[in-house]
Design a protein around this ligand. Structure first.
Ligand code: ADP
Ligand code: ADP
Length: 228
């Protein structure tokens, strides 16, 4: 059973630029995989189609049974509850504590404060930041800030976690730690799709890798093939 399916998806921006052309692939429930390619290959665009900050021009993006072309209006916010997003620059609110940043998705859902506080504590423990709940993001290291971003993305227990160059601002050791966190954290059954151009890091993870080149999916490398 697939959590995500791209069926001959193309994306042409209003500028006329073809960012994706005829892209097809499936992500299984619980699978972790990467998408790579040079800058401008279409990685961010592909992720944006999944959380509906862009729309496909042709083809279908299916999220489980949900055809995203039909998700409009208020249902966009509901769809986004199922997709946790981690950004390279983590996009934390600088004037709110770590705990407030992490709890925000649940506040927006109208969950009760006591329940939110419990969930925040538990997820901060998981990412190793139990002691930093009251800190402001600016008081944390780059690696810690990215952990906060991950905690915020998983607190709503999304079906799919997507990350756009989540290690882009980190040194190799921290990058490896963050990717290990991605591999270990999500609830069983959560799928994880990470865009990264860092080939050395990808090889180390031994996961499936999709390769984009100028908007076309040119390779789909299994973990076994990566090892060779
Ligand atoms: P990547 O994430 O692999 O670097 P992107 O998906 O960001 O690639 O970009 C793919 C191509 O689409 C690039 O040529 C980029 O300049 C172009 N592009 C991205 N966003 C837009 C946009 N909003 N309008 C026009 N062109 C865009
Ligand atoms: P991201 O970090 O999300 O990949 P980028 O830094 O690539 O975003 O781009 C910032 C914004 O500019 C995005 O909204 C993207 O869609 C847009 N953009 C990127 N390339 C182009 C382009 N060639 N023309 C117009 N907009 C672009």
């Amino acid at each position: 059973m697939a959590v995500l399916r791209f069926d001959n998806v193309s994306k042409r921006y209003d500028s006329g630029h073809h960012a994706l052309t005829d892209v097809s692939f499936e992500v299984a429930i619980g699978e972790m995989l990467f998408i790579t390619g040079h800058s401008g290959a279409g990685k961010s665009t592909l992720l944006k189609l999944i959380h509906l900050s862009e729309r496909a021009s042709r083809g279908a993006v299916l999220f489980g049974e949900r055809n995203l072309a039909k998700v409009r209006g208020g249902r966009i916010a509901l769809h986004r509850r199922d997709v946790g997003v981690v950004y390279q620059d983590h996009r934390l609110l600088t004037d709110r504590s770590v705990a407030d940043n992490v709890g925000l998705p649940l506040v927006l859902r109208g969950m009760r404060r006591g329940d939110i506080a419990k969930r925040v504590r538990s997820v901060l423990e998981k990412v190793g930041l139990g002691a930093r709940a009251n800190a402001l993001p600016g008081q944390l290291s780059a690696g810690e800030q990215q952990r906060v971003g991950i905690a915020r993305a998983i607190i709503g227990e999304p079906k799919l976690l997507v990350a756009d160059e989540p290690t882009g601002n980190l040194d190799p050791t921290l990058s490896a730690e963050i990717l290990d966190l991605f591999a270990s954290l999500p609830e069983r059954g959560t799928s994880v799709l990470i865009a990264s151009h860092d080939l050395n890091l990808l090889k180390r993870m031994k996961k499936r890798v999709l390769v984009l080149n100028q908007g076309r999916l040119v390779d789909d490398i299994s973990p076994q093939d990566l090892a060779e």
